[in-house]
Design a protein around this ligand. Structure first.
Ligand code: ZN
Length: 420
């Protein structure tokens, strides 16, 4: 197991984005998905070099804590969480009604982001309700959590107004515009819950155009005609429209599902599915037909939805679990399944691409194992790197009692331990 922890020296120069520069970090002996074993040098938040083992150095006089031994680990682009619910996260852990007191929301949102970060998600998109009882209080609390997490994880917020049409819609619209001025960076919500879903989508697209921000809407996608209208309306919008969790696509007849997939592809709409259970009622927990959508050319990302709130009290927020489910239940190859929580999810969030190659952002996840299939099957031990710095580390040790079977596998005599 790695035993070195980076301790960035104080007083180092700031990187271009204003964060302290963590200095140079050398990751040694990591396996890559293509089977190579390499050293990787990180500096100024980026990957500086990838070379054969022993070919790189951390600098002319390596300081202590500038090397991390990744022997036995697979090094991957870090996953991200494209669909979280920051205002209700972890609310199932206490009895009684959910508290929307700003200090409670901020504490839960921070803890949820740290949980997700421990799993490897160095960025997340968090849906937050605006209007109703909370007003803008929950959003303000999540934005404070976001600031406190700077340097550890990036959190972007989606403002979710309830109604945008009719008499109540004027208030919702004003609240949405205020939310964007306050710092929400994405327009969201649930058009299916508005008495006029098409009017709701029109309003969302108009506000998003005004502010030049992306759209991320909740829909069950139960009505193919309504979804086709939404896709047609969304088609021209840049920087893009995301829909999720689209569970009802799984229940459409094959022909209708194929036509819908083509319409979503033509509109350039991203679908974020939630294989771990989603964020709605229990009868809307399906995963849309991901292979059909991918074959039609739809970008499909996978998120985890709610994290231990009333709709999923056991939610884990683990992107590797979402990828595992796409592989085990939906027949995606491990590389395709991991793409849904990494490259495609990053693209959905408008984040730059990460590859384990020189010049790319140093947002990486090291997991125990030699191949991606191993990592998706079982991977407790993880080292998470954000902007060139180790930001989270989980080390698991499993011990078996003394037995002939353990001895037969050649496990170490002391403690019969292994690191999953
Ligand atoms: Zn949701």
């Amino acid at each position: 197991m790695p035993d070195s922890q980076p301790h960035p020296p104080s007083g180092t120069p700031a990187s271009p984005d204003g964060q302290p520069d963590p200095g140079t970090l050398l990751l040694c002996g990591a396996r890559l998905m293509d089977g190579r074993t390499v050293d990787v040098r990180l500096g100024r938040g980026r990957i500086e070099a990838v070379g054969t083992v022993g070919s790189l150095t951390a600098g002319p006089a390596p300081a202590p804590g500038t090397r991390v031994d990744l022997g036995g680990y697979l090094l991957l682009p870090a996953p991200v969480e494209p669909h979280a619910h920051a205002d209700t996260a972890l609310s199932a852990d206490t009895d009684g009604p959910v508290s929307y007191a700003p200090e409670d929301v901020q504490r839960r949102a921070t803890e949820a982001a740290l949980l997700q970060l421990g799993h490897g998600a160095t960025a997340s998109r968090a849906h937050v309700r605006v209007g109703d009882v909370q007003g803008l209080g929950s959003l303000a609390a999540v934005l404070r959590a976001r600031r406190s997490l700077r340097g550890l994880a990036e959190v972007t917020t989606v403002a979710m107004p309830r109604l945008l049409t009719g008499a109540a819609g004027a208030d919702g619209l004003a609240m949405l515009r205020d939310a964007l001025k306050m710092g929400a960076s994405v327009v969201g919500g649930c058009p299916d819950l508005d008495p006029d879903p098409t009017g709701y989508v029109e309003a969302v697209l108009e506000v998003a155009s005004e502010h030049g921000c992306p759209v991320d809407l909740h829909t069950d996608a139960a009505d193919p005609a309504r979804l086709a209208r939404l896709a047609a309306m969304a088609g021209g919008l840049r920087p893009g429209v995301t829909l999720g969790p689209c569970a009802a696509l799984a229940r459409l007849p094959a022909e209708s599902a194929a036509r819908t997939a083509d319409q979503l592809a033509a509109a350039g709409v991203t679908v974020v599915c939630l294989p771990q259970g989603g964020c709605g009622a229990t009868d809307r927990r399906d995963t849309p037909p991901v292979r059909l959508l991918r074959a039609a050319g739809v970008r499909v990302a996978a998120g985890s939805g709610t994290l231990r709130d009333v709709s999923n009290p056991v939610g884990r927020g683990d992107p590797l679990e979402a990828a595992y489910l796409l592989a085990s239940r939906h027949g995606l190859r491990p590389e395709e399944a991991y793409d849904a929580v990494s490259a495609s999810a990053r693209a959905a969030l408008g984040l730059p691409e990460v590859r384990v190659e020189a010049g790319f952002p140093a947002d990486l996840l090291a997991v125990r194992g030699g191949r991606l299939a191993d990592a998706l099957s079982l991977s407790y031990s993880r080292i998470v790197i954000h902007r060139g710095r180790v930001v989270a580390r989980t080390s698991a040790v499993r011990e078996y009692c003394d037995s002939a079977a353990a001895e037969g596998l050649g496990l170490p005599r002391q403690g019969r331990s292994m690191s999953p």
